[in-house]
Design a protein around this ligand. Structure first.
Ligand code: ADP
Ligand code: MG
Length: 193
């Protein structure tokens, strides 16, 4: 899990389409983790997908679940060298961060597909992605494989679309102070930023 990225430090007001009550219900776990369901977090970079994924993972660990958090690429690269997909069964939940950053490498994508198939309807995954399903063809070698993977993931899934402005960028803008109102920005002073 990522240090310091907890539900307590997550500002729900920044993501109005995300219900705090719904997320709290999810951290109870039993309604989905125990049943092999998945959570999918979508949104552009910097909106808090990794933070929330980690926070949910941590909350479930505190409930006694076994959770592994990993950047998808790191885990998949490891799985290419040691066939350990079955060993991952010991984790009730795998948090696969940034699935769309997996490179279109034959060995890596087939291992990712195997992993998704192996856990299907048995063990849960929480996946974060910068890109919507329509662009997942950049992950898998062919559209049929993308469709098969997406099908398995979404059949029992809760999907959160976090379509807000980057929290990082907003925080940086606020740190600059009150500044100039946006409507007064001109090409000249935009350049000066
Ligand atoms: P993403 O994974 O969507 O690219 P991150 O989770 O890495 O975004 O968030 C970027 C940074 O902004 C992190 O430091 C994270 O803790 C912080 N952050 C993002 N959203 C929120 C939020 N709603 N409340 C508190 N911190 C946030
Ligand atoms: Mg992230």
């Amino acid at each position: 899990m990522l240090p310091g990225k907890t539900l307590e430090t997550f500002d729900f007001a920044a993501v109005p389409m995300l219900s705090k009550a719904h997320v709290s219900a999810i951290t109870a776990g039993d309604s989905w983790v125990g049943k092999g369901s998945n959570i999918l977090l979508f949104g552009p970079p910097g909106v808090g997908k990794s933070h929330l994924g980690s926070a949910i993972g941590l909350a479930l660990v505190e409930k006694g679940y076994r959770v592994l958090f990993s950047r998808t690429t790191d885990l998949v690269q490891k799985l290419v060298f040691e066939s350990a997909i079955a060993k991952l069964d010991k984790f009730h939940l795998l948090v696969l961060d940034d699935i769309t950053y997996v490179t279109k490498d034959q060995a890596e994508t087939s291992v990712l597909f195997e992993l998704i198939s192996a856990r299907y309807e048995r063990r849960s995954m929480l996946i974060t992605a910068n890109q919507p399903f329509g662009e997942w063809n950049t992950i898998f070698p062919d559209p049929a494989m993308t469709l098969a993977a997406v099908d398995r993931l979404v059949q029992h899934a809760t999907i959160f679309e976090m379509n807000v402005e980057s929290y990082r960028r907003r925080a940086a803008e606020q740190a600059k102070g009150p500044g100039r109102p946006a409507q007064r920005a001109t090409p000249a002073n935009i350049q000066a930023d």
